[in-house]
Design a protein around this ligand. Structure first.
Ligand SMILES: Nc1nc2c([nH]c(=O)n2[C@H]2C[C@H](O)[C@@H](COP(=O)(O)OP(=O)(O)OP(=O)(O)O)O2)c(=O)[nH]1
Length: 132
């Protein structure tokens, strides 16, 4: 089966990471993730990220760089993560779609939320960057 990419955004601002709490489906609701979603056919992953951030959070963002790693989700999906930042003039993120809460987490707060398991290595990678 061909892998299908789910893109996740490590949205960074002022040394903090944005975490989003899923509102659906039932088995994922209440768990925290990096905002993002499925790449559409013919779409570049970076473009999918920008689109998903606009749809889900109402923000204008840009992609900075890919975090090393590809993490398995429910087949055929795999998670890949990019650091991103808000563009000047963007509004603040709001939980418009798929989420019912957002939190900006500082370096010492990254593990205060119940991340979906596949996100844990990505958040560890971000943790190293926020400390340095
Ligand atoms: N967006 C996102 N999804 C994640 C993460 N970690 C993780 O296990 N997932 C899972 C949850 C979902 O089963 C799947 C992504 O689906 P999604 O519902 O976010 O995708 P989408 O916005 O494109 O929605 P749809 O087209 O299916 O309605 O990957 C993560 O950090 N971000």
């Amino acid at each position: 089966m061909t892998e299908q990419i789910v893109v996740g955004a490590a949205l960074l601002a002022g040394g903090r990471l944005l975490a989003a709490r899923r509102s659906a489906p039932e088995e994922l609701a209440g768990r925290w993730e990096l905002p993002g979603g499925k790449v559409e056919p013919g779409e570049a992953p970076e473009a999918a990220l920008v689109r998903e951030l606009r749809e889900e959070l109402g923000v204008d963002a840009e992609v900075i760089e890919r975090l090393p790693g590809t993490w398995p989700l429910k087949p055929p999906y795999v998670l890949q993560v990019w650091t991103t930042r808000l563009l000047p003039g963007s509004g603040a993120p709001e939980p418009l779609q798929d989420h019912d809460a957002l939190r900006w987490l500082g370096a010492g707060e990254l593990w205060d939320v119940d991340w979906l398991e596949p996100d844990v290595p990505a958040v560890q990678e971000v943790a190293g960057r926020l400390r340095s």
